[in-house]
Design a protein around this ligand. Structure first.
Ligand SMILES: O=c1ccn([C@@H]2O[C@H](COP(=O)(O)OP(=O)(O)O[C@H]3O[C@H](CO)[C@@H](O)[C@H](O)[C@H]3O)[C@@H](O)[C@H]2O)c(=O)[nH]1
Ligand SMILES: [Mn+2]
Length: 737
């Protein structure tokens, strides 16, 4: 038997697996029966032109839904859970010097959307990890090239000298200062008041500088000549803009030189802003990450890399040890590209009205993929093996210069002139020209969901990945509270998926050949999300318009096919419901989550499709619009009370408002006709139910249109335009059908 003291991880299969498999078989058969029924209906001679047209559109909608439902079953075939035993690591690594080095990458892009105080909190939380300090290096990439962020980091470097020993001494679990000082502590902790005071002072200084938008002019005196030189280099007066500027490399802390207040070493902390030029493509976050891969290779070249968004702070100091439980296993390591921790958010309201937890994506489906080749990479909270960025597990693909290779041993200190010159060179905007970066080496270019695409390509090359889902969240990030921000964020993701479906390495073609079948189906499921922009609008408008025009389109209650529709609908609904509840969800959250899909189906999905088509004709280029992490107090208070925050007159609100209106009209019309005896209930039962279903989901919209007067209500412009568009739609329907 294996020595229990050396056991680092184990797998726990899920009991629901067999049930899932049987259900998948029955459900898939039911879907085939549905298509039989569709073709049967289409071939009936008595069809009028309008019923044929409607049937064809419904068939199209059902085809997309079928692809979605069948591929969805792939996640359910072998779901597993895992457990790790980090407490056993000291039995294996007896000395601190035996721990592998860890490079941590933090990306930020805009000091106004991503307040520097938040970014430094993330950095401080990981600098304080329970991990040998000399082995830790934190690299910050600032795509905004902002002196405000740099200034905040200089302050953070000073504060770290106090914060790190404080956390260790008192074994603090909450190592993100902002989160720590926000919690009430029952017992008295020596030195807490002093350190809280130091933190508050730093916060005031940083926020003052951010508010003024300028560092040098502020009364806070910078005396150091070198530092002044750096700031003057990135000041606007030298023609420095976030899109056009030279590389900035600033070593803020160096492990072999800087000490904390107790005399212990501090981790390396390096601020980087890669060179930007309006004439060179910079590939958004993927470009930033590749620069980080190269610069860190020249300075520390750690074999393990943690990639983080600027808002995902560490919530558990033992997290790297959990990842090590896999990297220390010689049976797993050679094929292991990354260990992914779930993306969990703070600040989501009680019932998660926008479905922002993404439970099925982050948890349920991830457990499913974990039993196959491994979960997809979700951009943050992921521990990579550096080697995985260079070729497949069997053959390494060497970069253009040996200093960037994963096997390269760094022997000079970071501040060495040669090291700095090389770092500067590999961060320049022309460096990647004529190299394999972004295509065969490093993070992948070509999609706005660079995370998803990178993980997918690693799996295609034969790498595996692992999901680590500890009870206490490893990282906590922020999630949009304004509906428009949430929808724009999903729109960007869906546009990214579109780019992947139609690319050379599409999961539908290349993926099916390169991956295990079930893994390929999982990836196909995700990239086909955006084609939901076909069935959701069809189901939200067509049966309702038909109902208004007295056209029955679904089987009658007395027809045996009626039960097939009921089974398909209730079956899908119940399967999601069970999965949701079994992974610790609540009924209101589940209800909101599936509502959020209807909302996205009418907004983010079609708008992404529209943008993608415009892009194909050269009318627009996909851009990475950074999600705002700033909190507006009034909006937050409405959101916390459980209300949707509309506020801005976004065109994306038009479609949902139109659906809310049409469904209400159709539902009332249908009921009125049945009551007055003009229509048999039997004929239009399913159509009335569907309209009723949408009406129930649209409650927040009716409220925002009619009852609310606050900042988050539906703008009047949107309501009026939607009413006009509904009238146009009704006229078009009566002309076409
Ligand atoms: O040109 C850019 C644009 C963005 N970022 C950074 O990328 C991260 C994610 O950006 P955010 O606006 O927060 O996007 P989200 O949609 O919230 O992010 C999710 O989706 C992204 C794209 O799929 C993933 O990269 C993220 O990890 C994932 O959290 C942030 O730290 C940004 O600072 C850059 O470094 N450079
Ligand atoms: Mn984000």
């Amino acid at each position: 038997m294996e020595n229990p003291n050396l056991l680092l991880h184990k797998i726990i299969p899920m009991r629901r697996t067999w049930f899932n498999r049987i259900f998948a078989f029955i459900y898939t058969s039911a879907i085939f029966a549905l298509f039989y029924n569709h073709f049967q209906n289409l071939s009936i001679n008595s069809n009028t032109k309008s019923t044929t047209r409607i049937s064809i559109l419904m068939l199209l909608a059902d085809l997309v839904l079928a692809v979605n439902s069948i591929t969805y079953q792939a996640f359910r075939m072998c779901p597993i859970r895992r457990e790790v035993f980090p407490q056993n690591i000291p039995q294996i690594l007896k000395n601190e010097s035996e721990y592998p080095a860890l490079d941590i990458f933090i990306c930020t892009a805009d000091p106004y959307k991503e307040p520097p105080m938040g970014v430094i909190n993330t950095a401080l939380s990981v600098m304080a990890y329970d991990y040998p300090t000399e082995k830790l290096s934190v690299y910050v990439s600032d795509d905004g090239g902002s002196q405000l962020t740099l200034f905040a980091f200089m302050e953070a470097a000073k504060f770290a000298r106090h914060w790190l020993p404080f956390c260790r001494k008192h074994n603090i679990v909450e190592r993100c200062p902002e989160a720590y000082f926000a919690t009430q502590i029952a017992q008295l902790i020596e030195g807490r008041d002093e350190i809280e005071m130091a933190y508050r002072n730093m916060k005031i200084t940083v926020e003052k500088v951010v508010e003024r938008g300028d560092v040098i002019g502020v009364d806070h005196i910078i005396t150091d000549e070198e530092v002044l030189k750096t700031f003057s280099k990135c000041s606007g007066t030298n023609g420095f803009t976030s899109r056009n500027h030279p590389t900035i490399v600033q070593i803020l802390l160096e492990s072999c030189i800087n000490r904390d207040v107790l005399g212990h070493a501090l981790p390396n902390l390096i601020y980087l802003s890669r060179e930007k030029s309006t004439s060179a493509a910079h590939h958004f976050k993927a470009g930033a990450l590749n620069m980080l891969l190269r610069v860190s290779a020249t300075m520390t070249n750690a074999p393990i890399i943690l990639s983080l968004d600027c808002d995902s702070y560490s919530n558990d100091p033992t997290t790297p040890l959990r990842a090590l439980c896999y990297y220390l296993d010689p049976k797993i390591k050679p094929e292991l590209a990354y260990v992914q921790f779930p993306q969990i958010f703070h600040g989501i309201n009680k019932n998660d009205i926008y479905g922002s937890e993404w439970k099925s994506y982050v948890q349920i489906n991830a457990y499913g993929m974990d039993g196959l080749m491994g979960p997809n990479y979700i951009g943050t909270g992921c521990f990579f093996q550096r080697r995985a960025f260079f070729g497949d597990p069997l053959s390494i693909l060497l970069p253009e210069i040996p200093e960037l290779s994963p096997a390269y041993q760094v022997c000079k200190p970071i501040h060495d002139k040669e090291v700095l010159a090389l770092a500067d060179h590999v961060a320049s905007c022309k460096y990647e020209d004529q190299t394999k970066w972004g295509y065969e080496i490093g993070f992948s270019y070509g999609s706005l969901v660079e995370d998803f695409y990178t993980g997918y390509q690693m799996h295609c090359k034969g790498w595996k990945s692992i999901l680590c889902y500890p009870k206490r969240a490893a990282f906590l990030g922020s999630s949009p509270i304004a509906l428009h921000d949430m929808l724009s964020q999903s729109k960007r993701w869906f546009l990214g998926y579109f780019e992947i479906i139609f690319c050379k390495y599409s999961p539908i073609t290349y993926g099916l050949r390169s991956l295990d079948l079930l893994q390929a189906l999982c990836y196909i499921h995700y990239v086909s999300w955006p084609i939901w922009s076909i069935p959701v609008p069809i189901y939200a408008f067509l049966p309702q318009l038909a109902l208004i025009n007295s056209l029955p389109i679904f089987p009658k209650v007395s027809d045996p096919w009626f039960y097939l529709y009921i089974f398909l609908f209730v079956g899908a609904f119940m399967q999601e419901f069970l999965d949701y509840m079994l992974t610790g969800g609540t009924i209101p959250k589940w209800w909101n989550y599936q509502k959020s899909w209807l909302i996205r189906g009418l907004t983010s999905f079609p708008f992404a499709m529209f943008e993608y088509i415009l892009g194909c004709f050269g009318f627009s280029a996909p851009g990475f619009n950074v999600t705002s992490k700033v909190v507006d107090d009034e909006q937050t208070s409405w959101y916390e009370k459980g209300y949707f925050v509309f506020g801005v007159p976004s065109p994306m609100f038009l479609t949902i408002t139109m659906a809310a209106i049409i469904n209400l009209v159709a539902f009332s019309c249908g009921i009125e006709r049945v009551i007055s005896g003009k229509e048999r209930f039997d004929n239009v039962f399913l159509q009335i139910c569907l309209a009723g279903f949408v009406v129930i989901h649209s409650w927040p919209l009716y409220e925002a249109i009619l009852l609310r007067t606050d900042k988050g209500k539906m703008p009047l412009k949107i309501t009026l335009t939607s009413v006009a568009l509904v009238l146009v739609l009704c006229i078009v329907f009566s002309l076409v059908f």
